[in-house]
Design a binder for this molecule. Structure first.
Ligand code: F6R
Length: 614
């Protein structure tokens, strides 16, 4: 959470910082701010509550001079999202200027100590104790470098800090402790960039290095040097980012979310490329580091994730049990990390984390590593923190996703889990060659089917006109479609602010059915699969109690059409791959409801794209 951008070089910093902030705004949009130094005047620091457009309005045409600077877009943790609490924060003398991502867990204790020493704080944030602490360590006759190492050692929690000093012309410093959001350092020609993620750096350079936990960087236009917390130098070689980030422009689309929904046929093809050999009907997962023998020794699989990624993992669990025949469990990363999970060398932990930065998933993965489990992760970006913990990464290759709600990263996580389950199943002899080959053949048609689903938006607009005024929705599914019901409800909540819950349809009679009346639309996921008849009975029970039913059914299903108030259809596919198609109506219902209600669908309130704090 929180987006950070820094620049030092020969160009004016402010326009570069503003452009960088616009590509980082999806990480948080409670407030924005920037600081530039020109060394003739005191530092120029400007902040605004709310979105970047407010900051741009306050700058107007008066672009501040200065070839070094920092920018920040905030997702508030401590202190209300107002202008005073916006970053950057400074010390008492306005010398040290800091932007921060993370939570300083011991900030109250540090703040009290600093106030006792005479420091005056302006904001309610935990972040502000950082510039004051650095100021204090410098006062104690420490060098700037030593003051930074002492500060980094003193802070508890997961934190990424980037700062400039009026006394250090052209130098940006940064440090990371724990698993806070990453820091990427971009190498240009006589200029350097620092950012919380690649999206802000790639328009300038593809040569990058990543700061790991407990490392400090000192970056000037001629290049960086790195030390670890004890002060010892570290050698770091930059690497070249080869993948092509999709254009961050909305193009013909009104919203990023809609653009990303439309990109799904292509992003799914990208994920198949090189892995699924449709001509030979084979799957090749060359990044999977396990021999056939090791695969046969896997006794148990534990899938973890948060939010939409957890829903993908829930589907993955069913695929793994059905196709690979391996006992599989699912856990929310934030729960997994705080219990005492029983793991060993024959347990494979699969984490789903498109950003590669989710704090809870990172902590859960560390727990799994410490306990000696095998570990692979699904991620959308190279070089992320999750990739560094896992033994192997499956890049889901969805391209950059700007809309805060996950759409194409969800379907790409699903398709990769399906390929993985097929692969493991075939290697372990749990599915026959002919089953395996038929499954691959069928997969080849899925991107085009998704294409036909996203092309047909009119019915969703009408649905929104009819239902957007309702305050509560239920989503019901069974079997492999239950996680999709959860996902549909999550999407509706976050995009349109309508309360929605996803339930296994069988659970209705155990309580939730008492909620049913004419004010409770029920989205029923009822494709013609092995649980179709059961779902039919469940929707009849809802109908009998006055509930309104929106069904997502298989094309041509007249029976469901006759029994429900509205029906939307997906193509007929085999039971197991229904979720790949079912995801699309879940996204489109939420999108059109949100748009109809005038919500900011790309940047829903209170959310951020990467959740780098617990
Ligand atoms: C919902 C959404 C979130 C994320 C969750 C995990 O639309 O985007 O629920 O799925 O924050 O994010 P990652 O996959 O980055 O771990």
């Amino acid at each position: 959470m929180c987006g950070i951008i820094g620049y030092t070089g020969e160009k004016q910093a402010a326009p570069i910082l503003i452009k960088g902030l616009s590509s980082l705004e999806y990480r948080g949009y409670d407030s924005t701010g920037l600081a530039v130094i020109d060394h003739k005047h005191s530092p120029y620091v400007l902040k605004a509550a709310g979105k970047l457009s407010n900051l741009k309005d306050s700058i107007g045409n008066k672009i501040p001079d200065g070839k070094i600077g920092l920018g920040h877009t905030r997702w508030a943790t401590h202190g209300t999202p107002n202008k005073t609490n916006a970053h950057p924060h400074t010390d008492c003398t306005d010398d040290i200027i800091v932007v921060h991502n993370g939570i300083v867990e011991n900030y109250l204790e540090i703040k009290k100590e600093l106030i006792d020493k005479g420091h005056i704080f302006q904001s309610e944030t935990d972040s502000e104790c950082i510039p004051h602490l650095i100021e204090e360590y410098i006062k104690e006759n420490n060098s700037f470098e030593a003051a930074l190492t002492s500060t980094a050692k003193r802070l508890q929690g997961a934190n990424a800090v980037v700062l400039i000093s009026n006394n250090k012309p052209a130098q940006i410093a940064a440090f990371r402790i724990g698993y806070a959001g990453g820091i990427v350092i971009g190498y240009g020609e006589n200029e350097m960039f620092l950012a919380s993620d690649l999206a802000a750096i790639l328009p300038h350079t593809r040569k990058v290095a990543y700061l790991s936990g407990n490392e400090i960087a000192f970056v000037s236009p001629e290049g960086p040097y790195y030390i670890e917390l004890e002060g010892n130098p570290i050698k770091k070689s930059p690497s070249i980012v080869n993948y092509d980030p999709l254009s961050a422009a909305k193009g013909e689309f009104k919203h990023f979310m809609l653009k990303e929904i439309h990109e799904q046929p292509e992003s799914m093809m990208n994920t198949f490329r090189g892995r699924v050999k449709f001509d030979r009907k084979a799957v090749e997962l060359e990044t999977l580091p396990y021999s056939d023998e090791e695969i046969s020794e896997i006794e148990r699989i534990v899938l973890i994730g948060m939010g939409t990624s957890l829903h993908a993992a829930m589907v993955g669990r069913i695929w793994i049990e059905s196709l690979a025949g391996i006992p599989a469990e699912i856990d929310n990363s934030s729960e997994f990390r705080y219990r005492e999970p029983i793991l060993g060398p024959n347990t494979l932990v699969i984490s789903v984390c498109q950003s590669g930065e989710t704090a809870d998933t990172l902590a859960a993965m560390s727990e799994a590593s410490n306990k000696g489990a095998k570990q692979i992760t699904l991620c959308n970006y190279p070089g992320t923190q999750t990739s560094r913990i896992a033994e192997s990464t499956i890049q889901i290759r969805a391209g950059v996703e700007i809309g805060v709600a996950a759409t194409k990263t969800f379907t790409n996580s699903l398709s990769n889990l399906y390929i993985l389950a097929l692969y493991l199943g075939f290697k372990r002899g749990n599915i026959t060659q002919s089953y395996f080959q038929k499954a691959i053949e069928e997969l080849a048609h899925v991107p085009a089917m998704i294409g036909s689903l996203v092309a047909n938006q009119g019915q969703y607009v009408k649905l929104a006109q009819k239902y957007a005024r309702y305050s509560n929705f239920l989503y019901l599914g069974r079997g492999i479609n239950f996680p999709l019901a959860m996902e549909g409800a999550l999407k509706l909540k976050e995009i349109s602010y309508i309360h929605a819950e996803g339930y296994p349809a069988g659970e209705m009679k155990h309580g939730p059915i008492s909620l049913i009346d004419e004010n409770m639309p029920v989205v029923s996921l009822i494709p013609q699969d092995n649980l179709y008849e059961k779902m039919l009975s469940n929707i009849s029970e809802v109908k009998a109690r006055g509930g309104k039913i929106i069904a997502i059914a298989t094309e041509g299903d007249q029976e469901v059409n006759a029994k429900t108030d509205n029906s939307l259809f997906i193509p007929k596919v085999s039971n197991l791959i229904n979720p790949l198609l079912m995801a699309i109506p879940m996204q489109l219902i939420a999108y059109h409801m949100g748009v109809y209600r005038g919500c900011d669908v790309d940047q829903p309130r209170n959310l951020a794209k990467s959740v780098t704090v617990e």
